[in-house]
Design a protein. Structure first.
Lengths: 432, 340
């Protein structure tokens, strides 16, 4: 593998506290040297990337994506999904287990990571917490962990039974894994296809109450409190309601190991964006009220939110070209996360760029215990994104590397254009 | 960083587009597609077409092709649309979900494209899913007339209800303004939650100056209904609402959409049934409307349904006139160029 020297750029590495002009040398898949501009000593023979005017940062880490393999390759493959990841600056993605079959075994967990999948970014499988994600029999977490699983979840099929959730939390704590919960009381969201409120009433659609999320978060926090001595770690996926963020904030004050993530669509869009039954604005959890959306921004700004995660959920075009109530949930997100975050969190709402990058790399790495990732210190993985933080561009879904085009952000103005994405020393994306 | 200050800053992500694509100018998907002037135009055309010599009327859409695509059973809406189209000379064809390839799994998009390829110039759609008319219009670019989509809207029903109200309260006026129904209170009672008729009416009538009272138990009338638009209030006490009403619109309980909702029907009848006694005591002058089908002895007694204050069959008759105007608009407005 050739060495790559990135010169004349501005390095932002929040975990290491670096925000300065630096050159960086990548060798054998690792960071080999970091030096002031023009001061690299070991760069002889290295391919040189001129990053004048650009920002160099740790490759982004998305802890919530659906890559659809095995079993649903018509929606997305690990190759196409990670190509989209690379185009969005992501070098690590954590893949949810709602595949066909469900990833509840070490075999599937290994299969997803095999070189034959042709991934352009590192894939970290998140395994199912229970057999078939049916919420009954708890899987062998130690075996899953040694096969490479970084967390467990029954994403999309929340664990409702208290006894099962308690067992999952305590088994995961023993194994040193985090439990990710898609917080939704599905007993009160039957037949619902958007947020419950004046908009759902007006559109004649059954709605999901905010309590469906917050009540499960509160229940889970109670279980983690009971398991305080075991240091159980609960991570709340795609938080979407003010009440859920408030519950997490309070639990953290009480010293519990509770983390949460927010998706760009939940800090930007509201239920109004469903418009006239736009199936590209249908996901679960749904777009919520303006007050909920504002609570997501507040949570990001005040630090209670640990990660920006996309919940990248590709679907085939024909699956979304149906009646709103029948359309599957989910939108793509890997290619738009950084551009939207810089445009809105940074430019509009004045959040420092370093903190945004931290939410997209250092913090998610820490959350899932991904060693030597999310930072660019000597010896860490050569996972790097180089981008122009000031460049404005327009997202075109038709140009997506993903197989799917189901995004509500088609035609939106983004800021922060990816020039290069490097995964473990390999140049996996070159932007225009 | 001062978080509170940052969050208080006005947040302005790009605005929601009013419409995701330019509608066909002949489409009628929501009652909100019509301006007050547009409503007047339909009312005027309805009367003109009704009064016209049937032999002359027959030429207006002679041999034009209109498809009726019905995913739900219907008596009034289907028949009146069909009669309306035929009395303008159009050829109609009916496709229903129970006797077509829809049963074999053909999508709404493909069904629409097939009808278009068969020469349909407009599609009248009744569908059990809210928003289906938007999907059909986007897929086919044909004029689509929404004949009821799920729990969402039924715009032609609101127009024929308006015509019925105007006949009795405004001497059959066909020209309406934002003041035409000033001082008129319309109470809509019953299963508001599942009613597309209620939604179209509560969006139309206040724009003409009427006050709309929604009445029913919490299970069938959630508080969020008040946010549907201006000029709407909620009154749980049926008798109090009756006292204030010039028009009483009763709705059927939609058993097929209750989805596990438990409702004590006996209690419902006690509180919300429109009986002769209630009507005589509290609203002896009010007009009684019902979009049908009526369930005698449930939301309304037989005596009231057949009584002197009932306009139920008049509504049905008005349906044909209104739908003639709407069908004519569907096929002729195409030639007038795109709507702004």
């Amino acid at each position: 593998m050739t060495a790559i020297a990135i010169r004349n750029g501005h390095l932002i590495d929040p975990a290491a506290g670096v925000d300065a002009a630096k050159d960086i040398l990548l060798k054998d898949g690792r960071v080999a040297e970091i030096a002031g501009p023009g001061k690299l000593k070991m760069a002889n023979g290295a391919e040189v990337l001129d990053a004048t005017g650009l920002t160099i940062a740790p490759g982004l880490i998305d802890i919530h994506v659906h890559l659809r393999e095995p079993g649903q390759g018509y929606k997305e493959t690990i190759a196409s999904g990670t190509a989209a990841a690379a185009a969005g600056g992501f070098t690590s993605v954590a893949a949810m287990p709602n595949t066909t079959p469900v990833n509840d075994s070490p075999e599937i967990t290994r299969w997803m990571q095999a070189p034959e999948r042709g991934a352009s970014a590192r894939v970290f499988p998140i395994a199912a917490a229970t057999r078939g994600s049916r919420g009954e029999a708890v899987n062998d977490f130690a075996a899953l962990k040694s096969a490479g699983a970084v967390a467990v979840t029954d994403d999309g099929r929340p664990i409702l039974k208290d006894s099962v959730m308690r067992e999952v939390l305590s088994a995961a704590a023993r194994t040193g894994l985090c439990v990710i919960q898609h917080a939704e009381d599905t007993r009160i969201t039957q037949g619902a296809s958007m947020n419950l409120g004046p908009v759902s009433f007006k559109l004649g659609l059954r709605g999901m109450p905010a309590e469906a999320e917050s009540q499960i978060v509160e229940r889970d926090i109670r279980l983690v409190t009971e398991l305080r001595d075991a240091r159980a770690h609960l991570h709340v996926a795609h938080t979407s309601t003010a009440a859920a963020v408030a519950a997490v904030r309070q639990a953290r004050r009480n010293g519990l190991r509770i983390t949460c993530e927010v998706a760009p669509h939940h800090f930007l869009l509201t239920e109004e964006h469903v418009g006239f039954y736009n199936t590209h604005a249908k996901m679960n959890p749904p777009l919520r009220s303006a007050a909920d959306r504002d609570a997501m921004i507040e949570g990001i700004l005040d630090g209670v939110v640990d990660a920006i995660a996309t919940d990248h959920a590709p679907h085939a075009a024909h699956e979304k070209e149906v009646e709103f109530e029948q359309a599957p949930n989910g939108i793509t997100g890997l290619e738009t996360a950084l551009g939207l975050s810089i445009q809105w969190l940074h430019k509009e709402w004045k959040m420092p760029l370093g903190r945004i990058l931290s939410l997209l790399s250092a913090q998610p790495a820490a959350l899932l215990g991904l060693k030597n990732r999310g930072t660019l210190t000597i010896g860490s993985y050569a996972d790097v994104v180089v981008f122009d933080p000031r460049a404005e561009w327009t997202y075109r879904a038709t140009d997506s590397k993903s197989k799917a085009k189901n995004t509500p952000f088609n035609g939106w103005t983004m800021r922060g254009k990816i020039r290069w994405t490097i995964s473990e020393g390999r140049l996996v994306y070159t932007g225009a | 960083m001062n978080v509170a200050a940052a969050v208080r800053r006005p947040l302005h992500p790009p605005p929601v587009p009013a419409s995701p694509f330019p509608y066909h100018p002949g489409s009628l998907l929501s009652i909100m597609d019509l301006t007050v002037e547009g409503v007047s135009h339909i009312l005027e055309r309805a009367t003109a077409l009704e009064d016209m010599d049937p032999l002359k009327r027959d030429d207006i859409l002679a041999k034009r092709r209109i498809a009726l695509l019905f995913y739900e059973s219907s008596t009034r809406t289907r028949t009146s649309f069909e009669l309306a189209a035929k009395s303008l000379g159009a050829d109609t064809t009916l496709v229903s979900n129970l006797s077509s390839s829809i049963e074999k799994g053909e999508s709404l998009k493909d069904t629409g494209l097939t009808l278009r390829a068969l020469g349909a110039e407009a599609i009248i759609l009744r569908h059990n899913s809210s928003g289906a008319a938007w999907l059909l219009e986007e897929s086919t670019h044909l004029p689509v007339l929404n004949a009821g989509d799920g729990m969402h809207e039924h715009p032609t029903q609101a127009l024929l209800d308006l015509r019925t109200i105007l006949t009795h309260l405004r001497d059959g006026a066909t020209h309406v303004t934002p003041e035409t129904l000033a001082g008129v209170t319309v109470t809509i009672t019953g299963d508001i939650l599942h009613s597309r008729v209620a939604r179209s009416n509560m969006l139309l009538l206040p724009r003409l100056g009427a006050k709309v009272i929604l009445c029913g138990p919490k299970e069938l009338l959630p508080e969020i209904a008040i946010g549907a638009g201006p000029g709407i209030e909620i009154e749980r006490d049926f008798e109090a609402a009756l006292r204030r009403s010039e028009v009483i619109m009763m709705l059927r309980i939609q058993a097929e959409r209750l989805a596990g909702l438990q409702l004590d029907l006996q209690e419902y009848k006690t509180s919300y049934q429109l009986t002769g006694q209630r009507l005589a005591a509290l609203a002896p002058q009010a007009k009684v409307l019902h979009p049908g089908p009526i369930i005698r002895g449930m939301e309304i007694t037989a005596g009231v349904a057949d009584g002197a204050q009932s306009c139920i069959l008049e509504q049905v008759t008005n349906g044909v006139a209104i739908r003639m105007a709407v069908v004519e608009r569907a096929l002729l407005s195409a030639q007038q160029g795109a709507r702004a």
